[in-house]
Design a protein around this ligand. Structure first.
Ligand code: HEC
Length: 417
């Protein structure tokens, strides 16, 4: 007999149901409710014009009559024109860059040096390069990654440390998902010391096998870990994937690309009904989530790997989950529809190769430079033109994030006011 999800009682009211399920924004203040969340394609790709309500007499997105044109090219040209109209101000840029990259104002000497430089741009860019070699940058970078990963301090620093170390040592940032050793470094006296993650997992995959991550985001059915992976590195709340709409008997259609019956629920197997359509279409989010969760479900409450599933269910008595609570027998795990991942190294490799992960990392660097909030919680959406340029920089550099940081802090967006 199928037992219904215990807390469903608190989840039956439209978008309140989603909030009940997704919980508050992960330890971050002021998170938007899922009903505010734009469609998958809109995020980190939408043109974000918000200063004026008209541009060249045309309505802009803050105008209630605004209808986005399908022609992104035209819109971004207009957006670019707006940017071009702003004045380049290297002194102001230097002040902001110094605060963000070193946590300190520029010195009087630096200000005078820039003032006197015959080639303002060259002098400014050389100074940004210097900032990126400053020991204080390492600290700022660690703080950036703590914010990004929503963990840090005490014994929760290994993942942010690892990300910061990859940047400082000019290693591909994709090692975050693929590193087979040295994935849990410590930091003391201004230096990183390499250390392996010791979760006992059979193979290593960067932060995906970091016991501190797994401990910090432990929850029923491992969904909080899945959410962390998704929101941190794909920059979008669930649902992560949208395909064709299918009528599955609910008030709204089923929109994930997976076969509706590729996950557990009343129509297949398992003890939680992910096929429920009475309030929301659970499967819109859980189709993707349930294909990822079993990969991170063997880490126990302390983040240590166990041979069996080690996360509970929210059912009466909190019994341990079984694989069939997520997926029917024979259904494989995956990062996305059409991107199978049999184990954590395969998940890491799939993430490292995913252009939307590259765009996400680029968007996060842009928002850091521009002083915008978290791309997911604050809906600090980055225009497509920006993420395209920065993710091209990321790929061209062999995934060295330092190149993206340099690009962001020297870009037109940053130096014009
Ligand atoms: C909008 C996307 C979305 C929809 C729709 C959705 N969920 Fe979830 N669900 C999530 C996310 C994200 C989490 C993880 C929340 C967290 O722990 O931060 C989650 C967590 C859960 C959990 C674990 C809760 C716990 O106790 O930790 C269960 C069980 C669950 N969902 C079942 C359902 C069911 C049943 C439905 C349909 C009635 C549903 N979900 C609809 C996204 C969704």
């Amino acid at each position: 007999m199928k037992t219904r999800f215990m807390v469903l009682g608190s989840m039956v009211l439209g978008s309140t149901a989603l909030v009940g399920c997704q919980g508050a924004a992960m330890s971050s203040p002021g998170g938007g409710t899922p009903s505010d969340v734009p469609t998958v394609d809109a995020v980190i790709t939408a043109p974000a014009l918000e200063l004026s309500t008209t541009i060249d007499g045309e309505p802009a997105p803050t105008d209630p009559d605004y209808v986005p044109t399908p022609d992104e090219g035209e819109l971004s040209d207009r957006w670019r024109d707006e940017l071009e109209r702003r004045e380049v101000d290297y002194q102001s840029a230097l002040r902001v860059a110094s605060m963000r990259l070193r946590g300190d104002l520029p010195t009087l000497l630096e200000i005078r040096f820039l003032e006197a430089a015959p080639d303002q741009r060259a002098a400014y860019e050389a100074m940004i390069d210097d900032f990126l070699d400053d020991p204080r940058f390492v600290q700022q970078l660690r703080l950036f990654w703590r914010d990004t990963m929503k963990m840090g301090g005490g014994n929760l620093d290994t993942a942010p440390n690892f990300a910061a170390q990859l940047v400082v040592e000019n290693r591909p940032i994709t090692e975050l998902f693929t590193a087979t050793d040295g994935n849990c470094p410590t930091f003391a006296d201004g230096a990183f010391s390499s250390a392996d993650c010791n979760s006992g997992a059979p193979s290593q995959a960067g932060v995906l096998t970091d016991p501190a991550v797994m401990r910090h985001f432990f929850s029923n059915l491992a969904f909080r870990r899945v959410r962390w992976i998704q929101e941190t590195f794909a920059c979008h709340a669930f649902p992560a994937e949208v395909g064709e709409s299918t009528d599955v008997g609910g008030v709204s259609p089923y929109t994930a690309p997976w076969d509706f019956e590729s996950i557990s629920g009343s129509r297949t197997t398992g003890r939680v009904d992910f096929h429920d359509t009475s309030s929301v279409i659970c499967a819109n989010c859980h189709a993707t989530m349930n294909h990822v969760a079993p990969l991170v479900a063997n880490f126990d409450e302390d983040g240590m790997w166990d041979d069996g599933v080690s996360v509970p269910t929210p059912l009466e008595g909190a019994p341990m989950a079984e694989r069939t609570d997520w997926l029917p027998e024979g259904e494989g795990t995956a990062w996305r529809f059409g991107v199978p991942a049999n184990d954590l190294p395969a998940l890491g490799a799939a993430m490292a190769a995913d252009p939307s992960v590259h765009s996400c990392i680029a968007a996060r660097v842009h928002n850091w430079a521009m002083g915008h909030g978290d791309v997911v919680d604050q809906l600090a959406i980055v225009p497509r033109a920006v993420t395209e340029r920065l993710s091209a920089t990321l790929r061209a550099s062999g995934f060295e994030l330092r190149a993206v940081i340099y690009d962001a802090y020297t870009s037109d967006d940053f130096v014009r006011f």
